[in-house]
Design a protein around this ligand. Sequence first.
Ligand code: SF4
Ligand code: SF4
Length: 298
Amino acid sequence: MEKPFEIVMLSGKGGTGKTSITASLAALAENAVFADCDVDAADLHLLLSPVIYQHEKFTSGAKAEINSEKCTACRLCKELCRFNAIEVKDNIYQIDEYACEGCGLCVEACPVKAISINRYENNQLFFSNCRFGPMIYGKLGIAEENSGRLVSKIRQYAKETALKNKARYILIDGPPGIGCPVISSVTGTDLVVAITEPTLSGWHDLQRLIEMIGRFRTPVQVIINKYDLNEDMTSTIETRLKSEGIPILGKIPYDDAMVYALLDSKTMIEAEPQGTITNELKKIWNTITSIIYEPKSI
Ligand code: SF4
Ligand code: SF4
């Protein structure tokens, strides 16, 4: 069975236009499945308006809980906890749920069995169809930090959906930054599209991202968004990328039309009138689809 081609859209930081570019490529992609892995601030659905047909809670982790009626204040759990997650107030032992990693050591150690572990189902997964195809996305619960696991789950379901539908592409809107959820978004993908803006901080963030991606040997290509806002910086970025052998997938000019399309919950491909940005996005998608790759069997 042919494996779908997985493309992940990333940016070294938020606010580079990653999601609106991803949504526009989704409008151009035929026979694709979409995955929003920006679980801390999922907003691809705002542009693609998917209709949810299934909803699932996702267990994100575990936290310990102390039954104060059983606790004899022996102090053992506090001494053992490596995460400093047990606090004492007025001689009452309590768990700091933000610090607790749910390792279970205190549960095993407590001589009077006063500690139990609660599993939390704060995270949510949504299975949906948008106007361009199936879409899987998730929502991280408040104060949840296990976004890497949620990202992996979304990708797993996106892959299953793609295989079932014989989809050729999985287009992933990845999280910003270079942390754990980004690593979960990149592993095993076929192409990273890194989106940057022509500023010094944009370039630094892009460098850090490229360095991180380098560990995974996934090919990376770059889009410079709003490139005409600082053509000198754009030229510097182009020169530096060329010297590092990293191709530029496209350069998108600034246009108010992008903002109006966003306000209208539309992609640039659907917005009227169509202009330079639309043509550039079409060129970008054509380049992505023309990248030669060896289909892998699973
Ligand atoms: S180990 Fe058990 S009994 Fe001892 S302080 Fe902790 S909860 Fe209380
Ligand atoms: S479960 Fe682990 S991290 Fe949480 S309080 Fe107990 S020992 Fe500490």
